[in-house]
Design a protein around this ligand. Structure first.
Ligand code: NAD
Length: 505
């Protein structure tokens, strides 16, 4: 098609969450000629987006939001807006991004498995009701296969005559903690459309927005339903790698092998690659579990039972890993946690985010409380109220959370008098590895990374020497993220238990 793509000037993003906020901010900063408005019914969240105290913690986020939202004198006018006026903003937009939540369904058929589409449905009903002109509607939320068909059905029933809607799939692949970097330099942008003239034209209009900062060869236009499924597939495969390495970590502990060395060795095979092969206490986050459950549910509804079982095993291993980690703590601490104190370092599901959805910490801490432990939590980004809400909402005995859990604002306070330190999030400040080794992070699985010297550590955010002076003996470190190099800690008298390594080995 040689006709230039339709030029979009007004975008509305429905849903001001972890995806909607950052995605819209990057789209706005890179397209000063487009007005981008993010809407949400959650007035508190919108107010936070309008302030300098953003509702989510994400490195680099304010640096993108602020200039787009507030403008730069003599340079650019504001073109990023946040609003609770959903109707007006939808009515004015030519292109609408749907970034609402699609959590696991809690009620009725498919409860605990299927994706809950009620938020998506209600956003689309609203579009049908208020739209006076034709719109391109973009699924940014992660959706089950053929969700676009459902949305089209809703629009057909609610839309006004003469108002046309074209639905695209443009799944978001950002990872929390690195969202801005991922959005600025995406591996790919997927745009799925129907293979009709209108569908292809809409896809070109959306692609044109991305072209202002993404190389054309990274913008992939594919079939609508392939695009929907590709997002579920990507998350399923990422989680599957983690479960695969975690399953191997159990074997390493049993045979005296070292999972970091195994990961490093297999990751050098170019067909395998080194990313996402880090053993841990288990994955968390709002997406992996729910998207695999959704994928398995779809497979089952298509009578593909073996396929469903295959993907569910990824989740089963993850649950197994969290429980195995707790059992190891109990075993090492002489089979009883009764009135022992455990310092929990990290509550977020990974570093550089304050997000706690599905964090492994919830399962592990509830298990530890059930064993009679006193739990002392510190996380640099998660507030006490959030920690209590998460634990009380998920615990079979919420009184244990009230009676036996305390939240502290530093590592040292959390560790005072503790029998063990349990690292559940890989925040850099907990690592005793050198800055270079820590920065290499996920990319380099070199188990021989250099350790931070005690001098470096003492000047840094955390000195393990100081921790060793305030704990009860014997002192254990259960490293659920393999962020500490055991040797220097052992020299200080710690007994270090890492995932996928046996101390005797
Ligand atoms: P979120 O819960 O942080 O944000 C969703 C927002 O949508 C909420 O603020 C909610 O109030 C709002 N909302 C719901 N219904 C609405 C309606 N009808 N009108 C206006 N606002 C409405 O969720 P999130 O983490 O941003 O995820 C959104 C989607 O993106 C999900 O489908 C998720 O699977 C997908 N996704 C998430 C990530 C991630 O890292 N969080 C990455 C890729 C894709």
């Amino acid at each position: 098609d040689t006709k230039p793509p339709k030029r979009i000037t007004k975008v509305c993003c429905v849903g001001a969450g972890y995806v909607g906020g950052p995605t819209s901010a990057v789209m706005a900063i890179k397209n000063p000629q487009i007005q981008v408005t993010v809407v949400d019914y959650d007035a508190k969240r919108i107010a936070a987006w309008q302030s300098d105290n953003l509702p989510i913690f994400e490195p680099g986020l304010l640096g993108v939001v602020k200039p787009a939202r507030d403008g730069i004198p003599n340079n650019r006018a504001p073109n990023l807006f946040f609003s609770t006026d959903v109707d007006r903003c939808i009515a004015e937009a030519e292109l609408i991004l749907l970034s609402v939540n699609t959590p696991t369904k809690m009620l009725g058929q498919g409860a605990g498995h299927a994706s809950e589409l009620c938020y998506l449905e209600s956003a689309v009903r609203k579009i049908g009701e208020v739209a006076e002109s034709s719109k391109i509607i973009v699924e940014k939320s992660t959706v089950p296969c053929r969700a676009a068909e459902t949305l089209r059905d809703v629009l057909r029933a609610t839309g006004k005559p003469g108002v046309d809607f074209e639905i695209l799939s443009n799944p978001e692949f950002l990872a929390e903690g690195t969202a801005i970097q991922n959005l600025l330099e995406p591996d790919r942008v997927l745009i799925g459309s129907l293979n009709t003239p209108q569908g292809l034209e809409a896809a070109r209009a959306l692609a044109a927005i991305y072209t202002s900062w993404v190389d054309a060869e990274r913008i992939i236009t594919i079939n609508l339903y392939s695009s929907e499924l590709a997002k579920l597939a990507a998350n399923a495969l990422l989680a599957q790698r983690i479960s695969s390495i975690n399953a191997l970590s159990a074997m390493c502990e049993a045979v005296g092998a070292d999972i970091d060395e195994v990961s490093f060795a297999v990751g050098l095979d170019k067909r395998i690659g080194s990313r996402m092969l880090k053993a841990s206490v288990g994955f968390g986050g709002s997406c992996f579990r729910k998207d695999i459950l959704s994928l398995a549910y779809i497979a089952e509804s298509l009578h593909l039972f073996e396929v469903a079982e295959y993907w569910r095993s990824v989740i089963n291993i993850n649950e197994y890993q969290k429980d195995r980690f707790t059992r190891r703590i109990v075993r090492c601490l002489f089979n009883s946690l009764s009135n022992k104190s455990l310092a929990i370092l990290g509550f977020a599901y990974k570093k550089n985010t304050g997000d706690t959805r599905e964090t492994a910490a919830i399962t592990v801490i509830n298990n530890l409380l059930a064993e009679g432990a006193n739990v002392r939590v510190y996380d640099p980004q998660v507030k006490e109220s959030q920690i209590r809400r998460d634990l009380e909402g998920s615990s079979a005995s919420p009184h244990l959370v009230r009676d036996k859990l305390t939240v502290w604002s530093s590592t040292y306070e959390a560790c005072a008098g503790a029998d063990a330190v349990v690292i559940l999030t890989e925040w850099d400040e907990f690592s005793n590895k050198s800055a270079a080794a820590a920065a290499a992070g996920d990319h380099v699985q070199d188990a021989r990374n250099g350790a931070r010297t005690e001098e470096e550590a003492a000047n840094g955010p955390m000195s393990w020497k100081r921790v060793s002076q305030i704990m009860r003996k014997p002192m254990y470190v259960f490293d659920g993220r393999n962020v500490v190099d055991p040797a220097p800690l052992e020299a200080l008298g710690f007994r270090v238990e890492s995932v996928g390594k046996s101390r005797s080995g």
